[in-house]
Design a protein around this ligand. Structure first.
Ligand SMILES: Nc1ncnc2c1ncn2[C@@H]1O[C@H](COP(=O)(O)OP(=O)(O)OP(=O)(O)O)[C@@H](O)[C@H]1O
Ligand SMILES: [Mg+2]
Length: 272
């Protein structure tokens, strides 16, 4: 019975996109950034979005974050249309975008600036809690310039978590980091995901990263992007680095890379 309940919870829909299209008008030209995107993220699920550069991944993430409005289609979070940014979503971008004149803890607490119910001491306590969660205990009073790239991104993750969001949105969050730091950050995200029990929408170019972290992967076609393929990654979690050397992992990698290559050749054909 308990197991059934857990199964039901796991399949509860959190984010639903139906035929979502976004167009921009630039210099009197209409640009379709992404077209008829259909996808679902369930409660507690880790989902990655992969696709060629310019296919509309960041655009889609910004629509879900409520930073830009969609042009057409239906975009629902907990069954309600997304109409703007909200505390139920935390966002991490590739650039850390920390305020250089503020200490690490102040950068995290800054997200709470409009929360009147919390005293300054409570905001500080929350900031310290999330900095601890991302492994920055002892660095609360450092300025961004005194922290490495990986550490700055940890601060940005702590800031995104401070409202305990049900959906964490990450747009190539480790794109600027070296390979070693990137691996550490992937394990950190796994830990955060399992402890915070949030859903994650993770945009990346890195096929290994997508397989390693995700329950499901969506692959988009080239500009203007649509969902071309969906893949469930059935490698049990928690995963570790050894999983990346398994035959199963390599089979997923082969399937994803061949789909990305297929999309590339379709694009070449359509360009004539
Ligand atoms: N504000 C904007 N105004 C006009 N066009 C835009 C705007 N934002 C994005 N676009 C266009 O929409 C398309 C999709 O861009 P987007 O940044 O979402 O791609 P992406 O998949 O995230 O690419 P990358 O992998 O390189 O980050 C591109 O053609 C881009 O030029
Ligand atoms: Mg992008």
């Amino acid at each position: 019975m308990q197991a059934n309940k857990e199964h039901e919870n796991k399949l509860e829909e959190m984010l639903v996109a139906r035929n979502v299209t976004k167009t921009f008008v630039s210099h009197k030209k209409v640009i379709t950034a992404m077209e008829n995107v259909n996808l679902t993220i369930h409660k507690g699920e880790f989902v990655s979005l992969l696709g060629p550069s310019g296919c509309g991944k960041s655009t889609f993430l910004r629509l879900v974050a409520g930073l830009d409005p969609k042009t057409e289609g239906e975009l629902l979070l907990h069954n309600d249309p997304i109409v703007g940014a909200g505390k139920d979503r935390g966002v991490v971008f590739q650039q850390y975008s920390l305020l250089p004149w503020m200490h690490a803890w102040e950068n995290v607490a800054f997200a709470l600036k409009n929360v009147d119910e919390l005293s300054k001491a409570q905001k500080k306590e929350k900031a310290y809690h999330y900095l601890d969660l991302v492994g920055l205990k002892g660095f609360e009073n450092s300025y961004p310039a005194q922290l490495s790239g990986g550490m700055q991104q940890r601060v940005a993750i702590a800031r995104a978590l401070v409202f305990h969001p049900s959906l964490l949105l990450m747009d190539e969050p480790f794109g600027a980091l070296d390979a070693q730091t990137r691996r550490e950050m992937q394990d950190l995200v796994m830990k955060v995901w399992s402890e915070e029990k949030c859903s994650v929408l993770f945009v990346t170019h890195d096929v290994d990263e997508a397989i390693y972290l995700s329950d499901r992967v969506y692959i988009m076609s080239a500009h203007p992007g649509k969902i071309a393929k969906e893949l469930t990654i059935e490698i049990p979690k928690p995963r570790d680095f050894n999983d990346q050397l398994s035959i199963e992992f390599l089979e997923y990698k082969r399937a994803i890379i061949s789909e990305l290559e297929r999309q590339k050749s379709l694009k070449k054909l359509s360009n004539g």
